[in-house]
Structure formats: C-alpha cells, structure tokens
Write a protein that binds this ligand. Structure first.
Ligand code: ATP
Ligand code: LTN
Length: 334
C-alpha cells in the first residue's frame, strides 16, 4: 500500500498559513489519492524544542487534532495520532542521528533563523537535531508523499539524504519520500511584514489570521494588511507582494486562479477587494470553527486518537525492530 505522511507542531495557535499550506492540501489529497493510506500526527515532540507550558501544550495538541478533523480529515482513511504516544519516533530519531552529520544540520535555514531570534533564551540541543526527528517521523512509515508548505522543503531534502545514506549502507530499507508543495499558497506571508511567513509562534498576532478568529478580527486584520501605493489590481509578488499575498489567499479559498481574482476586481481600489476577502475567509473559517466545537466537545476525539496510536504503533514497532537488526543492535539469534 502506498502512503502519505504529514504533521504539524502544536507550537502556537494554528494560522491561515497552516490551513492553506498544509491542512487543506492534506484533505484534498485524501479525496484524490483513493488507493493511498494516510498517516497524520500532532508533532508534540517537536513543540518542546522551545519552552512550553505543560497544560497549554496538552490543550494545543488536542486542538490541532480537532482542527484536522474539522477541516475534513477522515478517521476512516487517515491514521491520526499524537507523535509522543508512539515512542518509536524518538527511538528511530536517535538511530538516524547516527547517520546524520553536524554539517548537514548546521546548514538548516530554519535552525539558523531560530537561533538568531532565540539567542537570549538559550538554544536546546533538540532544536538542532529536530530535522532528524522529522526524518524519522516520515521514513518510519515509508511514504511516497509528504504534503508540506514551502518552508519544509529543505528538511525534506535532508530526510531524503538520510534515507538514501542508510539504504546505501545497510541495503534497501526506507522508501525515499517526495515532498508535495502546493503550487499556490505554499508560503502565505505575514499581513504586516510581507518579508516573513505567517507564523503561529509569532508574539504579535496582527499579521497572522488564526483559525479561531471571528469576522470582526479577520476584517480588521485584512483591512490593515500592508499593500502598496500603486493602487492597481495586479498579481505581482515582486513589486506588490502584500497584494499578491492577499490575492493568493482569495484564490485558494475561492477556488480560483490568481489571475481570475485580478480580473474580477480590475479597475477597483483595494478596499472592496479586502472587504470581500474578509467575508470569504470568515465564511470558510466559520464553518471550520463550528465543526471544531462539535468535535472538541465530543467523546469521539479520544477514541480516534486511541485507534490512531494503536495503528501507528503497529507499523512503527515493526519498522524500528527491523531497523535495529540491520544496524547490528540486539542479540545474536540462535
Ligand atoms: P512555527 O512558526 O512554530 O515554526 P509554523 O506556523 O511554521 O510553526 P509548522 O508546524 O512549522 O507551523 O508547520 C505546519 C505546516 O504548515 C508545515 O507543512 C508548514 O510548511 C505549513 N506552513 C506553516 N506556515 C505556513 C505559511 N505561512 N504558508 C504556507 N504553509 C505554511
Ligand atoms: N517540522 C515540521 C512539522 C513536522 C512534519 C513532520 C511535517 C514534524 N514532523 C513530518 C511533515 C512530516 C514543521 O515544523 N512544520
């Protein structure tokens, strides 16, 4: 059976960037790739690479699982689980560290960016080795595809390198995964600072629309989104990056091409476009929030996560046992 694997860190409040770049893509694949098996997890072990409050982290992990389901993840098609409940992820992460070089990890741009910002609070060793754990999360399940946003491309390349190196050394063992990055919406930018991506762990949330925002909040954030003084509706990510970002959001949520959006608002100022975009986003998120509330308050979420843990563990346990034997760990078999 062919497989698709993905995950999201419960490191903050989910944003429209996560929804467009990762969640929506995953749900679309689930309906188009009918002969594939899907594994999806809440990457809570990744969240603790930076300081977290225990109760908040537990709540966020549950929220991420509920949001995935609200967005259309079907528990009959997708094995949904918490990463920390399948212990083999950490175990395989360690085994793969022994096939990864310091130089490779030092080159990771996400790490370099985070180090720059977090210098005062201290950098954990886990923040450095995090891409190896991510590689383990993925190749554990031998997936063909990994749907992610643009920022994860480099981590996927490293994952492939580690898997290829392991296979060369110990014989064909891991499937080499392909990243699936959406053609539009792979990098939704911050509404206030279009030079950086919309991020859930940003301190100020003015530039990020969260999946919990109501219409007024969404309207306010979109109305104050930075655009330009050119004043002409055009999709030009270089000269009009703020506007292009908004057009991208409109296009993905409204199931249109960016050029169709431009044509629709040709000759109008940005204000009407922004007002309509706020309504479009609020409608989409309103439906999502209603489903989220039904799920989070129901008893089925725990049953889904229990079943996900069992199924993921069954696969992971066998894979790690085989991996350890390949490497030479364990006793001589009589
Ligand atoms: P953090 O800010 O805490 O590093 P994040 O918001 O980048 O987190 P992740 O958990 O790292 O979120 O990402 C989950 C998924 O969402 C990944 O596949 C990532 O590529 C995607 N994603 C995150 N932000 C965006 C964005 N602004 N645009 C498109 N996709 C995104
Ligand atoms: N590192 C990713 C989250 C993540 C992930 C994964 C995504 C952890 N493990 C496996 C895809 C597959 C991030 O920060 N976005």
């Amino acid at each position: 059976m062919k497989r698709v694997v993905s995950g999201i860190k419960p490191s903050g409040t989910l944003t429209l960037g996560n929804y467009i770049g990762a969640i929506k893509q995953f749900v679309n694949l689930q309906s188009t790739l009918s002969d594939y098996e899907f594994f999806l997890f809440v990457a809570d072990l990744h969240a603790i690479t930076v300081p977290q409050e225990a109760a908040v982290l537990r709540k966020r992990s549950r929220d991420v699982a509920a949001m995935y389901l609200a967005a259309g993840v079907d528990p009959n098609r997708t094995v949904l689980f918490l990463q920390s409940e399948v212990k083999e992820h950490a175990e395989l992460g360690y085994l793969l560290q022994c096939s990864t070089y310091m130089g490779e990890l030092e080159r990771m741009t996400q790490y370099k960016d985070k180090v720059r910002v977090k210098k005062e609070t201290g950098i954990t060793a886990a923040l450095f080795t995090y891409p190896v754990l991510m590689a383990a999360d993925i190749i554990m399940y031998d997936p063909e595809f990994v749907p992610v946003g643009d920022d994860q491309k480099q981590h996927l390349e490293l994952t492939r390198d580690i898997a290829i190196r392991f296979n060369n050394k110990y014989g064909d063992f891991f499937t080499i995964p392909e990243p699936l990055i959406p053609t539009i919406g792979s990098r939704i930018m911050d509404l206030q600072d279009v030079s950086k991506k919309m991020s859930k762990s940003d301190e100020s949330d003015k530039g990020a629309i969260t999946l919990y925002d109501d219409f007024e909040t969404i309207h306010r954030k979109i109305r104050s989104a930075v655009t330009d003084s050119i004043g002409i509706m055009k999709y030009d990510p270089i000269k009009q990056p703020g506007l292009a970002n908004l057009i991208t959001i409109y296009a993905v949520i409204g199931h249109m091409d960016p050029e169709e959006v431009v044509t629709k608002y040709q000759g109008q100022g940005y204000a009407q476009f922004k007002d309509d975009l706020a309504v479009l986003v609020a409608n989409e998120l309103g439906t999502l929030q209603n489903r989220y509330h039904e799920i989070i308050d129901s008893g089925t979420l725990d049953a889904i996560l229990d079943s996900g843990r069992e199924k993921a563990h069954e696969y992971a346990f066998r894979k790690v046992e085989k991996c350890k034997r390949k490497i030479g760990l364990g006793r001589i078999k009589k």
